[in-house]
Design a protein around this ligand. Structure first.
Ligand SMILES: *Cc1c(COP(=O)(O)O)cnc(C)c1O
Length: 389
């Protein structure tokens, strides 16, 4: 039946299971372990001959409902929920790669993801080559015989660059590698990478899936045979999602489509307005016709997303001045919240990236990022008062 439902209906209804108490809202199963009827059943569960819950590091009914709902929305066969977005990226690599393997990643990924690949995973013998998100030839040239994984974020953080997912998937597959897409900025409400040819979708559920800035969580989605080792890593190493957080994310997914539509509407209006302000040198937003990959973005996404970045002519002083003069917008590096947030990437999210790498990624000192929330657009414009003064 779920096959025929529209995405909005899947968000509200898919994956739900009910106990004999007849609750309408999904139940939160706060239990670390599950009891068996007898020793034989325990043995059958542990041996894998009988399906069912054993221990919440392996499976938990609330987490399973979240996984099934998100899988329905992404059009994925299988979903593995994790304790955070970073845990989702780590679990993907730990499950699918070994020491001596090679990864090709976009240079313009989340700052912590750069750290994970270039410092931590490097110490464990995984080599990563960073290339331009928007130059397919660089991806082709970076491939080695031991390349296992391509890793991208589209649109990217904070410059909202967009890559051609079907094209990169083709290059990855020719190289015998898998393409993983961090779909955090779009969510399945705006973009479905698996349908575009990607093998794996990664989420930080902390962002739009929660939607109200409460819980940390993540997910990895794709084919079951591909992701079985990722689940194996989680079950053994332990960065699983908590049942409480899964319950919050289940509620978040119910409103995902209406929230994303409202985020996109606000973001497009703000980006259009910012482009007209004399203090602004350049606006980065895929929904604007001036965006270099606007046509591609509109083909791949059903909206520009809610992240709007812009360069101020006055550099760092102007950026910090604008941020400090806000009264409504929250000064925080988080995104995907109903509350709009403002940040200075060069000194926060990307401060641990070397100045050279930051310059190569195009993150200048005058860059400001706004994750546009659900407040009224006129109140948001009024809060950026230094631009209009
Ligand atoms: C926040 C974020 C992550 C990491 O997620 P956490 O839940 O904070 O661990 C990964 N990728 C992108 C694009 C993000 O914005």
């Amino acid at each position: 039946m779920t096959q025929d439902w529209h995405a909005e209906t899947l968000g509200v209804r898919a994956g739900s299971e009910h106990t004999e108490f007849g609750e309408n809202s999904e139940a939160m199963f706060l239990t670390s372990s599950f009891v068996f009827e007898n020793a034989a059943q325990a043995a059958a569960r542990f041996g894998g001959q009988e399906p069912g819950n054993i221990y919440s590091r392996f499976t938990n009914p609330t987490v399973t409902m979240f996984q099934n709902k998100l899988a329905a929305l992404e059009g994925a066969e299988f979903c593995v929920a994790t304790s955070s977005g970073m845990a989702a990226i780590l679990a993907t690599v730990m499950g699918l790669c070994s020491a001596g393997d090679h990864v090709v990643a976009s240079r313009s990924i989340f700052g912590t993801s750069v750290q994970l690949f270039s410092n931590i995973l490097k110490r464990w013998g995984l080599e990563t080559t960073f290339v331009s998100l928007t130059e397919p030839d660089e991806w082709r040239a970076a491939v080695k015989p031991n390349t296992k994984l391509f890793f991208v974020e589209t649109p990217s953080n904070p410059l909202t660059e967009v890559c051609d997912i079907p094209l990169l998937a083709g290059i990855a597959h020719d190289a015998g590698a898998l393409l993983a897409v961090d779909n955090c900025f779009c969510t399945p409400a705006l973009q479905k990478p698996l349908a575009l040819g990607a093998d794996i979708v990664i989420h930080s559920a902390t962002k739009y899936i929660d939607g109200q800035g409460r819980c940390l969580g993540g997910a990895v989605l794709g084919r079951r045979d591909v992701l079985e080792p990722v689940y194996g890593f989680l079950r053994t190493a332990g960065p699983t999602m908590s049942a409480f957080n899964a319950w919050v994310f289940l509620k978040g997914l119910e409103t995902l489509h209406v929230r994303m539509a409202a985020h996109v509407q606000n973001a497009l209006a703000l980006a259009t307005w910012l482009e007209q302000q004399p203090a602004v040198a350049r606006v980065y937003y895929p929904g604007l016709p001036s965006h270099p990959q606007h046509a591609l973005a509109m083909r791949q996404q059903s909206g520009g997303g809610a992240i709007v970045s812009f360069d101020l002519k006055g550099g760092k002083d102007a950026a910090w001045g604008l941020i400090d003069a806000t009264r409504l917008i929250s000064i925080t590096a988080n995104l995907g919240d109903a509350k709009s947030t403002i940040t200075h990437p060069a000194t926060t999210t990307h401060s641990r990236v070397s100045p050279e790498a930051r310059a190569a990624a195009g993150i200048g000192d005058g860059l400001v990022r706004i994750a546009v929330g659900l407040e009224h657009i006129e109140d948001l414009k009024a809060d950026l008062l230094l631009l209009t003064r």
